[in-house]
Design a binder for this molecule. Structure first.
Ligand code: HEC
Length: 120
């Protein structure tokens, strides 16, 4: 009788593990959901240039030619506005490219992302 209870519990645990394996979202899915989405705004080049001058040129160079950070002069041919928005919002490489989530408004980040996405 004891044995039956033990193996019953064992199988129940296995079944639960299998169910969890399929129902819990995979790591990849969770990351996708956490990806920030670009707010819909109209691009304003003068505003973007001012934001970039104040926040980015110290690392990316005064003409975005690259310094501590990479050259961004043709970044639009590699990254879309959505991808740029994600990088500027969340940062990259453990903070060597800082997150601007708390320093800039969503709209300002989106504006810069759209402005950079046009640089091809
Ligand atoms: C403290 C220095 C620093 C500042 C300030 C900074 N960046 Fe960066 N940025 C970096 C570094 C370093 C990298 C490279 C990260 C890596 O790929 O390892 C980077 C990478 C990037 C990338 C990705 C480039 C690629 O080829 O993948 C983009 C886009 C970018 N920065 C945009 C910006 C913008 C826009 C601003 C201003 C709002 C900004 N950065 C401010 C240091 C900085």
């Amino acid at each position: 009788m004891q044995k039956w209870i033990m193996s019953g519990l064992f199988f129940a645990a296995c079944a639960l593990a299998i169910v969890l394996m399929f129902t819990l979202p995979s790591r990849e899915q969770a990351e996708q959901e956490a990806k920030p989405t670009l707010p819909e705004i109209t691009m304003n080049a003068a505003g973007a240039e001012a934001t970039v001058k104040a926040n980015c040129i110290s690392c990316h160079g005064d003409a975005l030619q690259g310094a501590i950070g990479p050259n961004l002069q043709k970044i639009g041919s590699q990254l879309s506005a959505e991808q740029l928005y994600g990088i500027i919002t969340k940062g990259k490489s453990g903070g060597s490219m800082p997150s601007f989530k708390d320093r800039l408004k969503e709209e300002e980040i989106a504006n810069v992302a759209m402005w950079l996405a046009d640089k091809k």
